[in-house]
Structure formats: structure tokens, C-alpha cells
Design a protein around this ligand. Structure first.
Ligand SMILES: Nc1ncnc2c1ncn2[C@@H]1O[C@H](COP(=O)(O)OP(=O)(O)OP(=O)(O)O)[C@@H](O)[C@H]1O
Ligand SMILES: [Mg+2]
Length: 264
């Protein structure tokens, strides 16, 4: 498919954003189910290295938007550009970019009959064409990076939820993603396991990975995200630095959300 130069705003000379390479550009995204708009008029530009937390009430359309960004949902309006190329556009099937966009969901979805190492090594062998030996070596490195060197030969049923989620993160990283999307990665976990998964995500953010994470972890959003996007009723209500949204939101809807959450 032809590169969509209009989706690469880093080419705009003279602007401040020209310095930061843009990884993802969503323009006017719209998606509905059974005639009900679930995502409407979403515009989002994600520069390289940024960690963006997406917050909002249940049913706001956060998961749907994330799937649209990943090219996993057909769009009714708008387009998504990834690394300067058209990923998805209203009226046509999204292009597959494989593991270049890594996804981690609430449910870990590991292969139950494969060890942690085998789970991580599988896609690099099948998709990247890496040798089995090299894929295992890379898997061991990634599992060590997420704190699981000791558990690399364990099966999912022998691992805690937090450990399984860290295997899922290592598995996504094995495809050398240029963008990582997380959808409530800690929602199924007890607090002690939540902490260790958030620590891995924090490390990933510090290493320069570009991240979009839908989360209810307000502490993580406030401390680790460069930017917070607040969604309600399928729309981005407010988008800005975490501290601004937490303490000085412009919109009443945003303020009400944070007052309720932080007051709990
Ligand atoms: N496959 C589907 N078919 C029909 N309706 C759907 C489908 N997926 C989502 N919806 C509806 O779209 C709306 C937004 O859903 P979505 O899962 O994107 O919200 P969310 O912000 O991620 O919510 P939560 O915080 O509960 O995960 C909801 O009203 C939901 O019922
Ligand atoms: Mg959701």
C-alpha cells in the first residue's frame, strides 16, 4: 500500500512536533455497533517514546478505540497511520502489521500447553523467521527482563496471574514492537501482582517504548504516563499532561470523573 504522507505530521516543517517522530496518527475515528456510535471523532497523535494513559468510565469506548488503533476493528470514519504508513481507513480492511504493534489484554491468553519460554519464542520463529535456538535465547533474555528468569520453563498453570501477564508482555516484546498497546493489563490481578506488572510497564516506558495503556490504575497514570486521554461516550473529552487532568481539568466531565475516582 502506498505510504500516506498526510499521516506523517513530522514532515510539517517548523512545528515543535517536527522534532519528535510520530508513531501513530488517528484522524476522525468512528466506529459503531448496531447503529450505536461507540467511538466518535477521535483524533490522536502519539509521538515516539510517549506513554499515554487512556482513562474513562466503563462503556466509554476505550477498548474499542484501542482496537481501532491496532487495526483490529474496521472503521466507519477516519483513518489510522502507523509509522508514516496507512494502517486502517474507513471502508477498507485494516492492513496487518503483525507484531509491530504489540497488544496485551486483561486476559493473558497464553498457550496453556507451552512453557513460558515456548510462549515467548513461538511467534519470532513463525513470523520473524528467527531460528529456534535464537528465539529461545531471546525469550530467555526477555523473561529475565520481566523478572521471570527462574520461571522460564514453567507452564502457565504453574504461574501466578502477575507472572502470566509478564510472560504475555515478554511475548509481545519478542516481536520487537514499535508501539505497545495495553488494555487494562492489571484488572484481573490482585494488588500485589498488579504492582509487579506495573513495574515492568514502568521499565518499558523508561526504556523509551511508545505505549498506550487503558487503565484504572490512577497511581500509574499520574506517575508514569506523560499524557492522559480522558474518554466518555466514545469521545476524547480531554487530552493533556497527567498532572493537568488530575488537578486542573478544563472540562466538568473530566473533573467529575477524577473527583469521584480520587475520592473513593
Ligand atoms: N462487539 C460488540 N458488539 C456490540 N457492542 C459492543 C461490542 N463491543 C463493545 N460494544 C459496546 O460498545 C461500548 C463501548 O465498549 P468498550 O468495550 O469499548 O468500552 P470500555 O470503555 O472499554 O469499557 P470498560 O471500561 O468496561 O472496559 C459499550 O456500550 C459496549 O457495550
Ligand atoms: Mg474496556
Amino acid at each position: 500500500m502506498a505510504p500516506a504522507s498526510t499521516l506523517a505530521p513530522e514532515s510539517a516543517p517548523g512545528s515543535e512536533s517536527a522534532k519528535a517522530r510520530t508513531v501513530l496518527v488517528a484522524e476522525n475515528l468512528g466506529r459503531s455497533y448496531h447503529g450505536n456510535a461507540v467511538v466518535s471523532e477521535v483524533n490522536l497523535t502519539i509521538p515516539a517514546g510517549q506513554t499515554v494513559a487512556v482513562l474513562g468510565p466503563s462503556g466509554a469506548g476505550k477498548s474499542t478505540m484501542l482496537r481501532c488503533l491496532a487495526g483490529l476493528e474496521p472503521l466507519e470514519t477516519g483513518s489510522v497511520g502507523f509509522q508514516g504508513e496507512l494502517l486502517s481507513k474507513a471502508g477498507s480492511k485494516p492492513r496487518s502489521v503483525g507484531g509491530r504493534i504489540g497488544m496485551v489484554f486483561q486476559q493473558f491468553n497464553l498457550f496453556p500447553h507451552l512453557t513460558a519460554t515456548e510462549n515467548v519464542a513461538l511467534a519470532p520463529v513463525r513470523v520473524r523467521g528467527v531460528s529456534r535456538a535464537q528465539a529461545r535465547e531471546e525469550a530467555h533474555e526477555l523473561l529475565a527482563r520481566v523478572g521471570l528468569a527462574e520461571r522460564r520453563d514453567h507452564y502457565p498453570y504453574e504461574l501466578s496471574g502477575g507472572q502470566q501477564q509478564r510472560v504475555a508482555i515478554a511475548r509481545a516484546l519478542a516481536m520487537r514492537p514499535e508501539l505497545m498497546l495495553f488494555d487494562e493489563p492489571t484488572s484481573a490481578l490482585d494488588p500485589e501482582f498488579t504492582r509487579e506488572v506495573l513495574a515492568v510497564m514502568r521499565d518499558l516506558a523508561d526504556s523509551g517504548m511508545t505505549i498506550v495503556v487503558v487503565t484504572h490504575e490512577m497511581g500509574f497514570a499520574r506517575r508514569s504516563a506523560d499524557r492522559v486521554v480522558f474518554m466518555a461516550d466514545g469521545r476524547i473529552v480531554e487530552d493533556g499532561p497527567a498532572e493537568t487532568l488530575f488537578t486542573a481539568a478544563r472540562h466538568e466531565r473530566t473533573r467529575a470523573f477524577f473527583e469521584q475516582i480520587l475520592g473513593e
